[in-house]
Ligand binder design. Sequence first.
Ligand SMILES: NC(=O)c1ccc[n+]([C@@H]2O[C@H](COP(=O)([O-])OP(=O)(O)OC[C@H]3O[C@@H](n4cnc5c(N)ncnc54)[C@H](O)[C@@H]3O)[C@@H](O)[C@H]2O)c1
Ligand SMILES: O=c1ccn([C@@H]2O[C@H](COP(=O)(O)OP(=O)(O)O[C@H]3O[C@H](CO)[C@@H](O)[C@H](O)[C@H]3O)[C@@H](O)[C@H]2O)c(=O)[nH]1
Length: 320
Amino acid sequence: MKYLVTGGAGYVGSVVAAHLLEAGHEVTVLDDLSTGFREGVPAGARFIEGRVQDAARHLDASYDGVLHFAAFSQVGESVTDPEKYWVNNVGGTMALLAAMRDAGVRRLVFSSTAATYGEPVSTPVTETDPTAPTSPYGASKLAVDHMITGEARAHGLAAASLRYFNVAGAYGDCGERHDPESHLIPLVLQVALGGRQSISVYGDDYPTPDGTCVRDYIHVADLAEAHLLAMDAVTPGEHLICNLGNGNGFSVREVIETVREVTGHPVPEVVAARRAGDPAVLVASAVTARERLGWQPSRPDLAGIVADAWEFARKREAGR
Ligand SMILES: NC(=O)c1ccc[n+]([C@@H]2O[C@H](COP(=O)([O-])OP(=O)(O)OC[C@H]3O[C@@H](n4cnc5c(N)ncnc54)[C@H](O)[C@@H]3O)[C@@H](O)[C@H]2O)c1
Ligand SMILES: O=c1ccn([C@@H]2O[C@H](COP(=O)(O)OP(=O)(O)O[C@H]3O[C@H](CO)[C@@H](O)[C@H](O)[C@H]3O)[C@@H](O)[C@H]2O)c(=O)[nH]1
């Protein structure tokens, strides 16, 4: 099959592109390098430097489907600069859907997020739970989910929105390198590498066993496998919405302790104020992914996820 991967120079998109290539598919990456890196695009993929807003220039009927990762995804930035998120995430996807319609490309897998739910009403979170995003980032992703539902119903698109919980780990040369970095695991690894003095724990007074926030960390390679399954599972006119997580929660302190064990380095921590908009607990129900996609994560162990991220971080540091 021939696929367009938007945002394939970024963290998740590059890992999914690598999996598609390994499965024997033909891959074109469309990325404007706004937050991604040219060298992140896996060898074997064709690369177009360009915006998803201009997808019409690049899509034609020879494509079997699109995997859409291109977006801005900093929750904090979206609060201070919401227009940036509406323009790129919603505007970009609107242009992409029109280009797909015009070209007759009728399969789509979209990167949605647990941030569409906001503060969960129960744990684990299921796809039928209320959606009440607490940031413009989450709201922009939810708006796109609604757009895709309409497109599927009205124009027969076969689509899946995969709602990722906390993506972590690395796959070969593809790993997490956001700039600035805001995610917990890469930040704690920077402390272990000596690049930061300590890790700030954003709040230790949450209603959780050790007072710190609990999250569901999913290995990026397990996540990638779900994309390939979703592309095959969807049917015309259907918009499948599916959470992706392991169904296990780990606290911020458990993550920090795991980094100490895996790396053998001391990691000083400093308790800081809560970060605005952080729910206490975010854990996915993976029942839909199991039932609809036949998906089963094969790397749910937190130490293994951290070990892969650590190897990637060390290689990057050595290559600087
Ligand atoms: N990383 C996570 O924990 C996580 C969790 C939930 C959802 N997501 C979603 O997954 C997707 C990928 O996230 P990531 O962590 O890999 O982010 P990333 O920033 O590493 O990758 C996004 C890529 O999209 C590109 N891009 C952005 N806007 C573009 C545009 N208009 N045209 C072309 N390219 C554009 C960037 O250059 C970058 O390469 C995003 O849609 C994000 O919202 C990520
Ligand atoms: O220096 C830090 C960074 C983070 N945290 C905490 O660590 C947890 C995880 O934070 P982070 O890695 O930033 O991920 P989330 O804020 O949980 O958000 C991620 O996971 C969401 C789904 O759960 C997705 O929607 C988002 O796109 C993705 O960034 C949170 O409790 C943070 O408060 C700290 O204590 N210190």
